[in-house]
Design a protein around this ligand. Structure first.
Ligand code: ADP
Ligand code: MG
Length: 287
């Protein structure tokens, strides 16, 4: 039978805005040794703002318009920011086809033209040479009918409690804090060093994230646990694979919330240390 104090632990977590989906997760949380984070929407706000446009042979308006049309069907935070910057009604009869390419970007047929919008990986795959890279923000490159049109710079913000989240995990005995991201190495390493994370793996595809977590799982002591924290549709497989999957409840995708064992109702990463401390206290009482 489950000790009564376990219910107290779940109740205490819930008062702190953390939903724990079962008493067994308290024990797993109490033994957390490694915490792996997704970047966008987890450690950063995931609300990008367009800060710059750079074009080649077309106007800035043309670039923003074709990008907004290509992104029309996507729900990715990047797509939202581009449509917000465009800020005009999209005539969907001009969009003949659309395809989202995980970890890369999108491909769409707009007015009969083939449009790619995404990262360096996508451009490399399509054989399009890109003239610029940057660590200031995330760059979204646009190519139309195989011709480079330019790029859009978008910038995200680190969550106000993200640095504190890492320090409090360290002070409650978590040995390793790791970030996984599909974003560029320049942006990923910058965020990781600002937050004092132990390690960052960047430019990962959704399948690479699963592989990385599996490797960390097989390398660790069986008595300790690995927690993964994420928010996106692509994070669901990793959330399910980790000893304990933690999702953002506010802005997180339904798929992530469903696949998770623990949900942070307020989207604050600092609540992870809070719930680990509650779990440890609960177990001491229960034992
Ligand atoms: P993260 O690991 O940071 O949550 P994702 O796996 O969702 O990131 O995306 C990784 C990268 O793929 C993004 O940084 C971006 O370069 C590209 N990308 C993904 N979706 C889109 C999109 N809808 N439009 C443009 N680029 C995208
Ligand atoms: Mg994400």
């Amino acid at each position: 039978s489950i000790p009564l104090s376990f219910f107290g632990g779940i109740g205490g977590a819930s008062k702190s805005g953390v939903l724990v989906k079962g008493s067994n997760y308290l024990e797993i949380l109490a033994n957390t040794e490694i915490v792996v984070f997704d970047k966008t929407g987890t450690l950063t706000k995931g609300s990008f703002a367009v800060t710059e446009l750079r074009t080649e042979g077309v106007s800035k308006d043309q670039l923003l318009e074709i990008a907004a049309y290509a992104e029309d069907y996507s729900n990715h935070p990047i797509s939202q920011s581009i449509k917000k910057a465009y800020n005009k009604v999209i005539d969907s009869s001009r969009i003949q086809d659309v395809q989202e390419i995980a970890g890369h970007g999108v491909h769409a047929i707009i007015d009969g033209q083939s449009v790619f919008a995404g990262n360096t990986k996508l451009m490399e795959r399509e054989g399009i040479t890109i003239p610029y890279t940057s660590d200031v923000g995330t760059l979204i490159y646009i190519a139309v009918n195989n011709k480079y049109w330019g790029h859009i710079v978008i910038e995200d913000e680190i969550k106000p409690d993200a640095a504190e989240a890492i320090t409090s995990l360290k002070s409650c005995g978590v040995r390793q804090t790791i970030m996984l991201t599909g974003d560029s190495d320049a942006v990923g390493q910058k965020v990781a060093s600002k937050l004092g994370l132990d390690h960052a793996y960047t430019e990962l595809l959704p399948a690479d994230k699963v592989e990385r977590v599996e490797r960390l799982l097989s390398g660790k002591n069986d008595k300790t646990s690995l927690a993964f924290v994420g928010d996106g549709i692509n994070d669901a497989p990793v959330l399910a694979r980790a000893d304990v999957g933690i999702a953002m409840g506010g802005l997180g995708s339904d798929a992530a919330i469903e696949a998770a064992d623990v949900v942070l109702m307020t989207d604050e990463p600092s609540k992870i240390a809070t719930v680990i401390k509650i779990a440890r206290k609960t177990l001491r009482i229960a034992h």
